[in-house]
Design a protein around this ligand. Structure first.
Ligand code: GLU
Length: 449
């Protein structure tokens, strides 16, 4: 066994001991660390400085109580968190997730992945993530506002435009960012750059709403182009029906693909004539309704209650999982392979389990990991920070073009790095090594801090 291999395994074993039960966090660790071994073999200086051992420890974890009052006057409480994982490349940057499943393990995995994702964008942002186990589903506007205000009363002590810049994630969109921003402003001052994903009328960036979904499709577009192929007439499965899914569908359709699925937490839509995007937007964005409403209005669509999109046995050439972590198990991955999938690109964070990733690699499927393929969202967040610093806003075309260029660079970096390590089709290895290399270099140069 090489020195690097022994070193990495020791770190993995220690984390499995110390963080027992943090399933998602350990999954992310086990997915990243073995691939980084190859890089460390060429960089013994980083082993000597124990860069990886230091990097896996979050710089800071903040946990706090969020008391709030519901519409009936009940006194309620939730847990709030912010993980400030790594600031080697810039202020902590990453979203806030409001979902009942949120716990420390999930936020640590998300923050850990965010470090490498943000590094891949080439922009000056470190890695962080936060959120709460608060469930926004079924809550009134007033309840959401009061929760956001209470959440920010505590979070405001720990963030700032050059310190930590949160944004949205699952359950946190423009409405929540608006309330959070208002609360921050009242407690501290008007810092436009303290949050990103802001509504356009107070210094949000154009194309930020679309950026994760568009960026995902741009990433795949560049991969297809290198393979002398394109989206034209491709059959695409998408999961999810939030922000990422909607704008991935929009861009894929604009490039000539036929998208036939989308999903919510209780089932999925199969619409063989192609998803009607206007109807989907009306149901999800405007009316905040469930997908059953889409099926009720479109006769060609069938709603499969309680089922995963990935259990659908129909032709699928490109799969874009845009729902949540671990939605594609090994078993479901086998179905996708049988369906003829050629490319799986992750709009969500870690939607494929370790077994699913292996199944894709074994079948020769192009697997595009979330930290590379969905980096467009945070990249445009960083562009929003630039605009806020300049006190200017850029036009849509300018932001969109930069997004496309950033996704192209990320794609090429992953592919070239994979090739350097003789693993031409292993974009996961390419993404992990390229993301890690920049962070390691910066950490080493900044000394033991
Ligand atoms: N939550 C998004 C992500 O997973 C975006 C974070 C941001 O814009 O800061 O990358």
């Amino acid at each position: 066994m090489t020195n690097a291999k022994k070193y990495v395994q020791t770190i993995q074993e220690k984390l499995h001991q110390q963080d027992r039960g943090e399933v998602e966090f350990l999954q992310a660790i086990d997915e990243v660390l073995p691939t980084v071994t190859h890089f460390l073999e060429n960089h013994p200086e980083y082993i000597e400085q124990n860069i990886l051992g230091i990097l896996v420890e979050p710089e800071r974890i903040i946990q706090f109580r969020v008391p709030w009052q519901d519409d009936q006057g009940n006194w309620c409480v939730n847990r709030g968190y912010r993980i400030q994982y790594n600031s080697a490349l810039g202020p902590y940057k990453g979203g806030l997730r409001f979902h009942p499943s949120v716990n420390l393990s999930i936020l640590k995995f998300l923050a850990f992945e965010q470090i490498f994702k943000n590094s891949l964008t080439g922009l000056p942002i470190g890695g962080g993530k936060g959120g709460s186990d608060f469930d926004p589903k079924g809550k009134s506007d007033g309840e959401i506002m009061r929760f956001c205000q209470s959440f920010m009363l505590e979070l405001s002590k720990h963030i700032g435009p050059s310190l930590d810049v949160p944004a949205g994630d699952i359950g946190v969109g423009g409405r929540e960012i608006g309330y959070l921003f208002g609360a921050y402003k009242r407690i501290k001052q008007y810092d436009a750059g303290v949050l990103t994903g802001k509504p356009l009328n107070f210094w949000g960036s154009k194309v930020r709403t679309e950026a994760t979904g568009y960026g995902l499709v741009y990433f795949v577009k560049h991969l297809l182009a290198q393979e002398q192929d394109s989206f034209t007439d491709k059959t695409v499965f998408v999961s999810g029906s939030g922000n990422v899914a909607i704008y991935a569908i929009e861009k894929a359709q604009a490039l000539g693909a036929k998208v036939v699925t989308c999903s919510d937490s209780s089932g999925f839509i199969y619409d063989p004539t192609g998803i009607d995007l206007d109807l989907l937007k009306e149901v999800k964005e405007k009316n905040r309704q469930r997908l059953t409403e889409y099926a009720a209005q479109k006769t060609s669509a069938v709603y499969h209650e309680g089922k995963s999109v990935w259990s659908l046995e129909e032709v699928c050439e490109i799969a874009l999982p845009c729902a949540t972590q671990n939605e594609i198990t090994g078993e479901l991955a086998e179905i996708l392979v049988k369906n003829g999938v050629q490319i799986v690109a992750e709009g969500a964070n870690m939607p494929a389990t370790v077994e699913a990733v292996s199944a894709f690699h074994d079948a020769g499927v192009w697997y595009c990991p979330g930290k590379a393929a969905n980096a467009g969202g945070v990249a445009v967040s960083a562009l929003e920070m630039s605009q806020n610093s300049q006190r200017l806003t850029w036009e849509s075309e300018q932001v969109d073009q930069q997004l496309d260029e950033i996704m192209q660079t990320i794609y090429e970096t992953c592919r070239q790095t994979a090739a350097e390590y003789d693993e031409e089709k292993n974009l996961l290895l390419g993404a992990n090594i390229a993301g890690f290399a920049k962070v390691a270099e910066a950490m080493s140069a900044q000394g033991l801090v």
